[in-house]
Ligand binder design. Structure first.
Ligand code: ZN
Length: 148
């Protein structure tokens, strides 16, 4: 394992131990739930919008280290961003974890910590669950999304 993947792994473990934006919001504009039955990950997302800007976002959930760390880093990366920018980040993240050479590491910043999951299809679902849930919340569509 090289130095970079050590650093990435450490970041994932840190965010799993003390996730950012963990909790609920008292008056969310959107709530959405995600379920990854393959691994047992469950996540609930709470969004507060200010026009098109994601003013605040929190999550609660149970799951593996990757799903929890992904929720922590995802909420941190979209908070305070306009909806469209957050959705672009989501697309970049998705191509990073599903396509060989995909994603824009520089732009993804800390989210690049998940680049290694591409080699483990089961783990891709753990890492993307919270993003699918985010998409559902922001579209105001289905309240529950499942990876299956
Ligand atoms: Zn998982």
């Amino acid at each position: 394992m090289n130095e970079l993947s050590d650093l990435y792994q450490e970041m994932i473990l840190d965010h799993n131990r003390s996730p950012l934006n963990y909790g609920t919001l008292s008056d969310p504009d959107h709530v959405s739930h995600g379920d990854n039955p393959l691994c047992g990950d469950k996540v609930a997302l709470f969004l507060k919008m200010d026009g098109v800007v994601i003013e605040d976002i929190r999550f609660q959930g149970v799951g593996c280290a990757i799903s929890t760390a992904s929720a922590s880093l995802m909420t941190e990366s979209v908070k305070g961003k306009p909806r469209e920018e957050a959705l672009r980040t989501m697309e970049k993240f998705h191509s990073m974890v599903t396509e060989e050479g995909g994603g824009d590491f520089e732009e993804l910043g800390k989210l690049a910590a998940f680049s290694g999951v591409r080699d483990y299809p089961v783990r891709v679902k753990c890492a993307t669950l919270v993003w699918h849930t985010f998409r559902a919340a922001i579209d105001g569509g289905a309240n529950t999304v499942s990876t299956e």
